[in-house]
Design a protein around this ligand. Structure first.
Ligand code: TXA
Ligand code: MG
Length: 324
């Protein structure tokens, strides 16, 4: 598998998008695999490349919140308030879609996910391109999301036409998704914008229920590395290690390891703060896979701030791999 074209050429990325090609691009959360949202054929290639079921809709990325009314209708005040406060940033809003949004993007759903990413290269690419860019995370379906251009190339190789290289992602976990299409604000996926910051603007968020649309990020088996992941409370780590055979690694905040002097496992420390943990989580899971360990015992962080998203991803990585 030879390498795709790669660089920091925003004009080139916009040109590839305009002719229906696929561009992997950096956002502050994770790398996206982008296509012109108005080009059904290009969007179909995104699904094929990822190996993702067509019924799982893509987020449309915009240069500016001013484009909101082009892609959505019946926009509630809460959505405008969140867009004003959090964009550009790691927040996706689910809204009633306008007639301009193609079925290829939404899988026929009456709603669309919209987000204005904060990464300067993503912003420059979106400005140069001018339209909406439909993009899932730039990994094969079910795998850990990429937070560097190297991760993208390792996953997708030449199936992507251009890799816009913007370095390592600053936030490191996917955007928070809030559904505002059903009369109240529902948290569909915790992510890079903390629940507390959102609730300060729109009040308490409801949790996703049975009526919420099925989303791949909500499958228990998502975000899984090759190694088996076991997510436990920090005080349960030593017993969890002792119960394992094979090559075992422990993923935990660096400060926690002081309490475990004779762990008998490969130690992979993460930063002690929630934002640092989120930033380094996916690269850590990839690094651990590269060491060939069989099992990763992961310490769950407190659910405050970005800890909610980190805990969510660890639980999903630990979920059964045979889910659809
Ligand atoms: O941070 C992010 O959100 C990254 C970067 C690239 O922007 N994107 C991302 O995309 O994580 P993806 O496709 O891997 O996850 C998006 C999630 C999926 O679970 C999808 O089903 C859900 O958003 N989604 C998209 N549109 C939706 C809609 N109209 N209704 C409900 N869920 C939707
Ligand atoms: Mg994804």
């Amino acid at each position: 598998m030879s390498a795709p074209e790669r660089g920091a050429d925003v004009a080139r990325a916009a040109k590839v998008l305009a002719r229906g090609g696929l561009v992997a691009f950096p956002t502050e959360t994770v790398y996206g695999l982008g296509a012109d949202a108005s080009n059904a054929e290009a969007v179909a290639r995104v699904f094929a490349t990822k190996g993702r079921p067509r019924a799982h809709p893509l987020i449309v990325h915009l240069a500016d919140a001013a484009q909101l009314d082009h892609f959505a209708v019946a926009i509630p005040d809460a959505a405008r308030a969140l867009a004003a406060a959090a964009w550009p940033g790691p927040l996706t809003l689910i809204l009633e879609r306008s007639a301009r949004v193609s079925d290829a993007v939404t899988g026929g759903a009456p709603t669309v996910g919209l987000r204005v990413p904060a990464h300067p290269l993503a912003h420059a690419m979106l400005v140069a391109f001018g339209g909406g860019v439909a993009a899932p995370s730039a990994n094969r379906f079910g795998a850990v999301s990429p937070t560097t251009a190297d991760h993208v190339v390792a996953d997708l190789g030449r199936d992507v036409d251009y890799v816009l290289d913007g370095g390592a992602c600053r936030v490191g976990v996917e955007s928070t998704i809030v559904d505002l299409s059903r009369g109240r604000a529902v948290l569909l996926r915790p992510g890079g914008l903390a629940r507390e910051a959102i609730e300060a603007i729109v009040g308490p968020l409801a949790n996703a229920d049975a009526q919420a649309p099925a989303a791949p990020g909500t499958l228990a088996s998502h975000y899984a590395p090759r190694a088996r992941v076991i997510a436990v409370e920090p005080h349960e780590v030593p017993a969890a290690v002792a119960a394992q055979r094979g090559r075992v690694a422990v993923l935990a905040p660096s400060g926690a390891f002081a309490a475990w002097p004779a762990l008998g496992a490969l130690a992979h420390p993460l930063p002690d703060d929630d934002a640092g943990m989120a930033r380094e989580l996916y690269a850590a899971l990839r690094d651990l896979d590269a060491t060939g360990v069989d099992v990763v015992i992961a310490a769950l962080p407190p659910a405050a701030g970005l800890g909610e998203a980190v805990g969510d991803r660890l639980r999903r990585a630990a979920g059964p791999k045979d889910e659809p």
